[in-house]
Design a protein around this ligand. Sequence first.
Ligand code: BG6
Length: 493
Amino acid sequence: MLDPCTFVIFGSTGNLSKRKLLPALYHLEAANRLPDEMKIIGFGRRDWGDEQWRDFVKEVLTPQVRDGFNEEIFSRLVHRLHFFQGNLDDKDSFKALSDKIENSEEFPKNVIFYMSIRPAEYTQVIKNLANANLLIEEHGWRRIVVEKPFGYDRESAQMLQQNMMKHLREEQVFRIDHYLGKGTVQNVLVFRFANVMMEPLWNRNYIDHIQITHSETVGIEGRADYFDSAGALRDMIQSHLLQLLTLVAMEPPASMDAESLRDEKVKVLKSIRPIPQNAVHAHAFRAQYASGIIHGEKVPGYLDADGVDEDSVTETYAAIKLYIDNWRWRGVPIYLRTGKRMAESRSAISIRFKHPPQLLFRNTQVERLKPDWLLLGIQPNECVRIEMQVKESGLEMRTRTSSLDASFNKEGDTLYDAYEGLLLDVVENDHSLFLRYDEVEWAWRVVDPVLRMWATERDFIHTYPAGTWGPKETQRLFDHADQFWRHSIEPED
Ligand code: BG6
């Protein structure tokens, strides 16, 4: 039985709320997973009452929910929806919110505050909540959900943490990284730790290198305000891709409880070799998209997007090479890359195995043995594929690549969005898929040297035409001439 709770959304009419939170709440309602007495308060500046908020939510949900908008489901959701008119920087608004929650039978006293707002506003809002006694757990629990980026670099993350900890305990904080809510990302753990087959191979003796890619065909979608000062390294690599890396590289945890899991993830981050300031160019590459063609249509370059500074050298593409200095991974390069306006939208982990120690087929017509790959597709298709070499049929000794394919999704499987599971985890007080502060801090330590160097290089950035896989110069990151970016998990020639 889930505790009844009040779910307060700061930034209730913003992008994240519209695209992720409200649809997730609707789908949880549809699946009868919301606690019976749960209430949802939209906090916002607009001069609205409950009715306008309910109309807004309906309008937002109608075009995006799965299986078509359902009036019956919405009629259940609608009774939960309330609007609270307030200002984030106004102390009195928080006092009034406190009165509303504390003095009405209607609102459960367990409260989740969801910060769907600019990170720069976190400290002030938490202070205002604390001043209004909204964080005191006298009549029920109080939890805060914060979105990434947690800070702007290591130092600002430390400051933010200190400010938050003046008013909160770590257990009250849920730092969300929605990648951890994706089914296939959790499947990395199941694949590794529920099967014994891969474990003997999962190390420096057999693995040549690892690539983690997230590419998107979309641009910055009206988010210049945030993105132009963040850039792709902060936006994707410091958070989502480093998280993926921890799951791929971690040791088996003592158990699947939140602390054991996060202890192992932190160990990976701590073992990443710091990038020396004078080696940033050998380890990291950045670029920005110029105009180009996406899905057959011409699209403008980054500098022409609304709100982007005309001299901006913010990267929309970032790639980085890392080494993990521990027994399992020492010497195995790990390449992470992300980009907007790329040729395709996909996320995948590609693991390349070494060649066999002896090339037995050297004098035959097998000119060049291809390496084996293990490919974990995260999106759009969730799958595991293992590419191996087999003999082609016929009299000649020729090899070709064949793949063993395991798709995770069977027909009839329920698809769900990462936010649905994560919101339930907050209600259930399960921190396993949320970031502990030390993970965030160590992740900043990994990218900080690169950020510092790039911040000084204001005159030049490589460009790539929208709709491509990025500039060819990015190849320079690879340790060996026979390593290359694996763009697809489909068989490549
Ligand atoms: C967000 C980034 O965290 O993740 C976005 O801020 C990015 O820039 C998005 O587009 C990607 O998430 P998903 O779930 O669409 O792969």
